[in-house]
Design a protein around this ligand. Sequence first.
Ligand code: ATP
Length: 245
Amino acid sequence: MVAPPDNDVLWARGLHHAHGQSPALTGISLGVREGEILAVTGPRGCGKTTLLKCLSGQLVPDSGEVWFNSHPVHTLSATSRERLRLDRFGWIGTEPRLVPELTARENAALPLLVRGDGRRAAMQAATEWLERLDVADCAKRRPAALDRAQQQRVAVARALTTTPQVLFADEPTAPLHRADAAQVLRTIVNAARSHALSVVLATQEAEATTLADRTIALLDGRRAGAAQAEGPAETEGREECSLSV
Ligand SMILES: Nc1ncnc2c1ncn2[C@@H]1O[C@H](COP(=O)(O)OP(=O)(O)OP(=O)(O)O)[C@@H](O)[C@H]1O
């Protein structure tokens, strides 16, 4: 094994993975720098979700290496990968997947409670994130009483309450209407900017690639080449929005 470059928070080399007989990744290498928002684009089935799951330790690649902060992830035990995900990574999926019996605040506090933080501190952190994401008025409501965009913002809060170092977002705005999608996307970007988080964002939205620092395109499980120039996009990507994160 060769250690990754020092300035990459996350680094992967030669990732291959198949789901049964179905190849999903066929040799992907990439690095993500501290505070960088990296968009991963490509058509349905090109391997975006599988890539994010391998990078975040949810899946162990069939071959290849994943490193986080110069530590190998692909050789960790399942328990150590779980702990890593809980402490250092946040995950936002396409569906909010909130627990229906819990309030928005309890949902947002869940990762902290699962890892054993005190209830008072967990609820306080959840409240602060719901405020930053402009859904504080939803705190005491259950998911069924929230609209889709509010639910997804609560899911964003849940991913951020642990103050992760890397946030993985797998097509987080796909099921939303355009205006809601733009708002949720800017919420994620602004939270990342204000807290210097690295973000790996799987997306097919044009606006997402505009807000990202860098974009890579996948095709049939491998990189199709840089999809976007890095100079101007970086400037545009750092534009602020009105949300209070
Ligand atoms: N659990 C699974 N079992 C079998 N095949 C799978 C499984 N998950 C993904 N695949 C296959 O692996 C390939 C890559 O899928 P993946 O979900 O990673 O791509 P994607 O770019 O995220 O697609 P989408 O945009 O549809 O989510 C596809 O051919 C898909 O059908």
